[in-house]
Design a protein around this ligand. Structure first.
Ligand SMILES: CSC[C@H]1O[C@H](OP(=O)(O)O)[C@H](O)[C@@H]1O
Ligand SMILES: Nc1ncnc2[nH]cnc12
Length: 291
């Protein structure tokens, strides 16, 4: 029996492939939002359909601020994803969240600037709730999958997204700690917002690669991140396999499946047909209820 789950995996720095995909094929997906980061690796693990997208593209050609996150989320939705598990390299802002540990993210602080952060706008004005930005069900399953892979895990983390591509200054790093952030990265925003706008439950696992620069004498560099990523990449792959294999047979509906209910404020006679046509995948449930 085919599973009701189709899991989108967004692989971050160092995670450019996953293990154990059957019938795997890289498929180019066209999106009205432009070019996704790469083709999507489509296959299945057991009965579960899996869609894998390397966030920065294979070989990491795309910088965080230049990622076309709208195209990425739209493309995952077009391949039938019901849910997204995203994985990111992160710096730690807490002594007890040491490099090598996985941090399951619960909240975000968005310090990115000038990135297209919504599918909606004039002609279809929409305000979704981001109070609880991740799907608790996916986060819990991810936590169990990390533990099963014998990875160390911290839950309930707050992720601050910076614009990058430069790492933070020490003053910023201290400020983010004072604000309550636990981990730092450059990519999960607006990715998580866009997933919510596309009614896709989303969870984020941070792979801690460094202590950023708030500790006396510490400063992060790419070599450090890559070395730690290499040490942990098998664990990250195991976590993905464990996560998919442990999905329940049934998929109970999630409130995030209906995130657009009560979110659209523009009157139907003021809709912009050009925008509506680009929303054919992300707002399909609302716009084509008979599908
Ligand atoms: C290679 S260090 C900085 C780079 O790593 C993280 O990417 P991702 O979240 O896709 O794993 C961070 O956000 C930066 O883009
Ligand atoms: N310290 C850091 N700051 C921003 N992004 C990161 N990705 C990995 N480590 C990071």
């Amino acid at each position: 029996m085919v599973s009701p789950w189709t899991i989108g995996i967004i692989g971050g720095s160092g995670l450019y492939a996953i293990d154990g995909l059957e019938d795997a094929q890289w498929i180019p997906i066209e999106s009205p939002w432009g070019k996704p980061s790469d083709e999507i690796l489509c296959g299945r693990i057991g009965e579960v359909r899996v869609r894998f997208l390397p966030r920065h593209g294979r070989g990491h050609p795309i910088s965080p601020g230049e990622l076309n996150m709208r195209a990425n989320i739209d493309a995952l939705k077009r391949t039938g994803c019901t849910d997204i598990l995203a994985i990111s390299a992160v710096g730690s802002l807490r002594e007890q969240i040491e490099p090598g540990r996985f941090a399951v993210v619960e909240q975000f602080i968005d310090m990115t600037r000038g990135r297209p952060s919504s599918f909606y706008g004039s002609g279809f004005v929409t305000h979704v709730s981001m109070a609880d930005p991740v799907c608790p069900r996916l986060s819990e399953m991810a936590t169990k999958a990390i533990s099963k892979a014998k990875g160390k895990v911290a839950t309930g983390a707050t992720y601050v997204a910076i614009e990058g591509p430069q790492f933070s200054t020490r003053a910023e790093s201290h400020m983010f700690r004072d604000w309550g952030a636990d981990v730092i990265g450059m990519t999960a925003m607006p990715e998580a917002k866009l997933a919510r706008e596309a009614e896709l439950p989303y969870a984020l696992v941070g792979m801690v690669t460094d202590y950023d620069c708030w500790r006396e004498g510490d400063a992060v560099d790419v070599a450090q991140v890559v070395a730690q990523m290499q040490q942990n990449s098998q664990l990250a792959r195991d976590l993905v396999t464990n996560f998919v294999k442990a999905l329940p047979k049934e998929r109970e509906p999630s409130p995030i499946d209906n995130a657009l209910d009560d979110a659209v404020i523009t009157a139907p006679d003021k809709h912009d047909p050009a925008l509506i046509s680009r929303l054919d995948a992300v707002a399909a449930r609302l716009l084509n209820p008979e599908r």
